[in-house]
Design a binder for this molecule. Structure first.
Ligand SMILES: NC(=O)c1ccc[n+]([C@@H]2O[C@H](COP(=O)([O-])OP(=O)(O)OC[C@H]3O[C@@H](n4cnc5c(N)ncnc54)[C@H](OP(=O)(O)O)[C@@H]3O)[C@@H](O)[C@H]2O)c1
Length: 328
């Protein structure tokens, strides 16, 4: 099968479209014929091996998993022993996690990271959902436990995770304030944001507002600044942030690790976010999508051979929501 393969850490120039062996549906796994995939910040982090500290998990000298990509939508070819919630012929979507990736014609994924594709979505739209949607759902529903009537701030509201977070915040009954740049103000409003702060003309840190929950997806603020945005018993959820700027040792993990330590001794809750795509979260998102309460937003679509360009776009520019890859 064809796949986007990477032998060494580095720039998108090191990614190659190669012929590799097709994976099997091992025990507990689902073999999927991929029809579309999407690009996440996680893809450039793994491609670059950045921050370097993450290489302890990803592979010290080179990526342990050579095929890039995580999010996919496609058709089940075969299921391994123990998988009962999907079967051959089903249209599904999911996230491979840190194992071999979705920029390929076939992918073998643990069953617990796959669910039935939302009815009415194309493969391209469905592939835009898993990692970003599940991260937003995890952060707001499960970690921050957002309640109706609470005030929620989403910093980075126009990105992959942010566009889902604004919509999920509204489904949980929150008053949502979105922070994004000028060109994305209308997008944030169309997703349901009650207030939008254009960070190019207004600084949320000096606007004098306090929030019950702050979801930070940018990492451009100090812990002190972020805490000042919170009410006395508010919750700060730290997801990461940043673009590739030549390499770092800890990168966004510095803020996350620091927040996790400080959060132990405060009345305010500071919660690091660790992405966890599960069948339950995917199914919950599918229900919200089918009820027309949440929709994926797609910025650009690329062909499988153009994955290097797609990742370069995501890591160097300000992508709007999701970047999708079609797999013939
Ligand atoms: N912890 C985890 O497990 C986990 C899981 C998923 C994602 N993440 C991390 O979360 C971050 C967000 O992910 P993503 O997929 O949403 O990334 P993304 O799609 O690349 O979104 C980045 C967004 O940030 C916005 N932005 C840039 N500078 C900003 C600023 N100063 N203020 C407000 N917004 C700004 C950009 O909007 P404009 O164009 O409007 O500037 C862009 O839309 C990434 O760093 C990713 O690595 C972590």
């Amino acid at each position: 099968m064809k796949a986007i393969v990477q032998r060494e850490y580095g720039s998108p120039d090191g990614l190659r479209l190669e012929e590799v062996d097709r994976p099997d549906a091992a025990q507990g796994h689902v073999l999927v014929r991929v029809r579309a995939a999407s690009v996440n910040a996680a893809d450039w982090h793994v491609m670059r091996g950045d921050p370097k500290l993450a290489r302890l998990q990803l592979g010290v000298r080179r990526p342990k998993a050579p095929i890039r990509g995580r999010d996919f939508a496609g058709v089940v070819v075969e299921v391994g022993a123990g998988v009962t919630h999907v079967g051959p012929g089903d249209e599904v979507f999911g996230d491979t996690g840190t194992t071999d990736g979705a920029f390929a014609e076939y992918v073998s994924v643990p069953g617990g990271r796959v669910a039935l594709k939302p009815a009415g979505l194309t493969f391209e739209q469905a592939a835009a959902v898993p990692l970003a949607g599940c991260t937003a759902l995890l952060g707001l529903r499960d970690v921050a436990r957002v309640q109706a009537g609470q005030r929620l701030l989403v910093n980075g509201a126009s990105g992959g995770v942010g566009t889902f977070a604004v919509q999920i915040g509204k489904t949980l009954g929150a008053h949502v304030t979105a922070v994004c740049s000028t060109r994305n103000v209308e997008l944030a409003r169309s997703l349901g944001a009650d207030d939008v702060i254009d960070y190019t003309t207004e600084d949320v840190a000096t606007a004098g507002q306090r929030f019950d929950v702050v979801l930070d997806l940018v990492g451009n603020r100090s812990l002190r600044e972020l805490r000042r945005l919170l009410t006395g018993r508010g919750t700060l959820v730290l997801s990461g942030g940043g673009v590739f700027d030549g390499g770092s040792l800890v990168g966004p993990m510095g803020l996350i690790i620091g927040g996790g330590l400080v959060g132990r001794v405060l009345r305010q809750r500071i919660q690091p976010l660790v992405a966890d795509t599960t069948t339950e979260r995917l199914t919950a998102l599918a229900a919200l999508i089918e009820a027309r309460q949440v929709r994926p937003v797609i910025d650009r679509t690329y062909a499988l051979a153009e994955v290097p360009t797609a990742i370069r776009y995501l890591e160097t520019e300000h992508a709007r929501a999701k970047v999708v890859v079609t797999v013939p």
